[in-house]
Design a protein around this ligand. Structure first.
Ligand SMILES: C[S@@+](CC[C@H](N)C(=O)[O-])C[C@H]1O[C@@H](n2cnc3c(N)ncnc32)[C@H](O)[C@@H]1O
Length: 357
C-alpha cells in the first residue's frame, strides 16, 4: 500500500503563492519538510511531503484553523492522470483502496471558471462512483461515523486527484465554501462577508450568546450598510461611521445611529460588544486602529478586513497579525485571533479578534 505523499490545498485563484508559503512555514514549524508546486490562477497547490514523513501525518498535525489562505485540503498520492472515459471508476476504486476508510465522498472543483464548468460533470460522476465504492466496501455506509472523508478534485474528465481529509481537521463544506444566499433586503453584497465571517469564526452553538439581541456594535466604514444590516438582523444597536450615505430603510429600523466621521479618529463614548471594520485602507493602518481599540477595551469582539497589497501579501499578513499579538501580549491581555481568506473576500483577508475578560 503506497502512503499519500502530497497535500492538495484549495485556495482563491491568484493566491496560490500565499497558500504555498503559509503551508510550507507551518509544516516546517511542526518538523515536516517538503516543497510546493503550483500554477498561478489554478486555484490549488500541491505540497510534496519529504519522506519518511507522510501526508497523512502532516494533515493530522497542522491545525486547519490556523491556515488563512487554504480553503480546503486533503492528503493524496499522484494525480489520476489521463483517465479513460470508458472506465474511470476502476482506477478511482484502486486508489481508494489505498486510503483510510471513509463513509462520505465529496466531489470538488477548483474555484475557477474552468472548475465551475465542471460542477455538473462532477455531480454526475459522484452519483456513479459513490455506489460503486459502497458496493465493494471501499466506502462505508452513509451516516456511519468515520475519521476521514474521501475527496475527489475534478480537473477535467480525464484528470483528477483523490485523497482523504480528517473530518475534524478540514472544512466541512465542499471546497471550503460556505454557500450563503444573498438577502434581498440587504443594502450591499458586502453583507455576505460579515455573515460568512460569523459562520466561519463563531461556532453555531455560541451565536445566541455572542450575537445577542440588545448588544451594541460599531460599524466602521459602514455605508451603504451591508454589515450594519447583519448586526441589525441580530437585534443589535449599531453606530455606523462613514461619510457616505446609509441605506434609508436601514435607518428607519431605529436601531442605527449614523455618524459622518473618520473611522480612524472616532472613539466610542463607552465600550461596545462588537466593532466591525470594512474600510479600504492600508493593512498597517487598520492594524494600528484595531490595537488601539483592544488596548482601550472599546470592544470585546472585532471583525475586520485587512486589504492586502499587490506584493508581499503573505509577509504583510504575518506582520500585521504578529503586531497585534505583540501589542496585546505586552499589555497582558488574553485574546483569540483568527484570520481567513473567506469565499467572499477578494484581495483581502478577514480577521476575528476576541478579548477575554
Ligand atoms: C467597502 S465599503 C463598506 C461596505 C459596507 N461594509 C457594506 O457592507 O455596505 C468601504 C466604506 O468605507 C468608507 N471609508 C473609507 N475611509 C473611511 C474613513 N477614514 N472613515 C470612515 N469611513 C471610511 C467608504 O466611504 C466606504 O463606504
Amino acid at each position: 500500500m503506497t502512503q499519500p505523499d502530497s497535500l492538495l490545498l484549495l485556495c482563491r485563484a491568484g493566491f496560490e503563492g500565499e497558500c504555498a508559503a503559509e503551508l510550507t512555514e507551518l509544516a516546517a514549524a511542526s518538523g515536516f519538510y517538503g516543497y510546493p508546486t503550483l500554477e498561478r490562477n489554478a486555484g490549488f497547490v500541491v505540497f510534496h511531503v519529504q519522506a519518511p514523513a507522510t501526508a497523512l501525518q502532516l494533515i493530522e498535525t497542522v491545525r486547519f484553523r490556523r491556515l488563512i489562505f487554504t480553503r480546503q485540503w486533503f492528503a493524496c498520492g499522484a494525480m489520476l492522470e489521463g483517465l479513460d472515459p470508458r472506465d474511470r471508476l476502476t482506477p478511482v476504486a484502486e486508489r481508494a483502496a489505498e486510503l483510510p476508510k471513509c463513509t462520505e465522498l465529496v466531489i470538488e472543483t477548483a474555484d475557477t471558471t474552468a472548475g465551475r464548468e465542471l460542477q455538473g460533470f462532477g455531480r454526475k460522476f459522484a452519483s456513479a462512483v459513490a455506489p460503486k465504492l459502497r458496493q465493494t466496501d471501499l466506502l462505508g455506509k452513509r451516516g456511519q461515523k468515520a475519521d476521514w472523508r474521501l475527496h475527489l478534485l475534478v480537473l477535467s474528465g480525464r484528470d483528477m486527484w483523490l485523497g482523504v481529509a480528517p473530518v475534524r481537521n478540514s472544512a466541512p463544506d465542499p471546497g471550503g465554501i460556505i454557500r450563503l444566499k444573498f438577502p434581498v433586503a440587504a443594502p450591499s453584497r458586502s453583507t455576505l462577508k460579515l455573515e460568512e465571517a460569523w459562520h466561519w469564526f463563531i461556532h453555531k452553538g455560541q451565536w445566541e450568546q455572542r450575537l445577542a439581541p440588545g448588544m451594541r456594535a460599531v460599524d466602521l466604514g459602514a455605508a451603504p450598510g451591508g454589515w450594519t444590516w447583519q448586526l441589525v438582523q441580530r437585534g443589535m444597536f449599531v453606530t455606523s461611521v462613514d461619510n457616505g450615505p446609509m441605506n434609508p430603510d436601514l435607518m428607519e429600523t431605529g436601531q442605527v445611529e449614523h455618524l459622518r466621521e473618520d473611522a480612524f479618529v472616532y472613539q466610542p463614548s463607552k465600550p461596545v460588544d462588537w466593532m466591525v471594520c470594512d474600510v479600504v485602507e492600508k493593512p498597517a493602518r487598520t492594524t494600528a486602529m484595531v490595537i488601539e481599540w483592544a488596548l482601550n477595551g472599546w470592544a470585546r469582539d472585532m471583525i475586520f478586513n485587512l486589504k492586502l497589497p499587490m506584493k508581499q501579501r503573505y509577509a504583510e499578513t504575518r506582520t500585521c497579525l504578529e503586531r497585534i499579538e505583540e501589542a496585546l501580549g505586552d499589555a497582558g491581555l488574553r485574546w483569540r485571533l483568527q484570520a481567513k481568506q473567506l469565499y467572499h473576500d477578494r484581495e483581502e483577508i478577514t480577521c476575528w479578534l476576541s478579548l477575554e475578560r
